[in-house]
Ligand binder design. Sequence first.
Ligand SMILES: NC(=O)c1ccc[n+]([C@@H]2O[C@H](COP(=O)([O-])OP(=O)(O)OC[C@H]3O[C@@H](n4cnc5c(N)ncnc54)[C@H](O)[C@@H]3O)[C@@H](O)[C@H]2O)c1
Length: 295
Amino acid sequence: MTYNLLKGKRGIIFGALNEKSIAWKTAERAYSEGARFVLTNTPAAIKMGSIDTLAQKCESTVIIADATNVEDLENLIIKGMEFIGGKFDFVLHSIGMSPNVRKGRTYDDLNYHYLHQTLDISAISFHKVLQSCRKLDAINDWGSVVALSYIAAQRTLYGYNDMADAKALLESIARSFGYIYGREKNIRINTVSQSPTMTTAGGGIMGFDKLYDFAERMAPLGNATADECADYIITLFSDLTRKVTMQNLYHDGGYSSMGMSLAAMSVYREGLEYSDVKEDKSKKQCPVKDCPNNG
Ligand SMILES: NC(=O)c1ccc[n+]([C@@H]2O[C@H](COP(=O)([O-])OP(=O)(O)OC[C@H]3O[C@@H](n4cnc5c(N)ncnc54)[C@H](O)[C@@H]3O)[C@@H](O)[C@H]2O)c1
């Protein structure tokens, strides 16, 4: 069902890699709600993924930009405004990557060069996008900016590694810039804290299938899918949420308010004791068969 919620609105969407991506789903939904937008990603992602197909489907265009590079961003914003014929009403930052996660470095053995890259790609890029847009006066009054976050910004989740630090910084940038852009131009900036979602970035997290299963058991409404996330983001881009700003908004089926659920407890009822799963420090191996921490 469509509601014309974004009729006449224009935007930029960062982070559509393939049809599993949250940004991909958001682009499809924004298009069906009447928006025009430009799509952007890195040269490697454009080559590896299928963003051109999405652009065709949505009567959009793809402008290459590495979101850590301010020159690229300025070029994207200028060319993007030319393409859509005006300033933007919405911006989606759906970007995340940790070289430490990719290379299997654990949080107590981080490579600091990689850590800088994680923070730059997954959080500081959000500041760069906002600052570049503001300098070029590229967002209309009452515009809306959304970035994707995860509850690891508030709580420690095994295996999420330095991405947790990046998400904490990302959420802080939303608040700090939200004040500036809000008081000047009524532009709102929020983060959406999404459930574990089966995407390329999600699948890269160690033990992701277990994390997904745990969240699914804990959340009374179950994990939110990428399509459902897109629906929620559309409401945040619409005029129906004009006074929501500087918030981290959980979109997680209720997971963030839970302590223990029946569905999660049932796993323990089946006989698995903590002593069976705690790390065997001498061997540095977890005794649970197929534990992602092993091998
Ligand atoms: N999948 C999950 O479980 C989950 C949960 C909560 C939040 N998120 C967040 O959602 C966002 C989107 O991730 P996704 O799950 O759709 O996965 P995805 O892999 O489809 O998207 C990540 C995107 O980041 C892009 N990217 C990486 N480096 C970049 C750079 N330097 N410049 C520009 N773009 C760059 C990638 O090319 C890719 O398109 C991320 O911020 C992620 O952390 C994901």
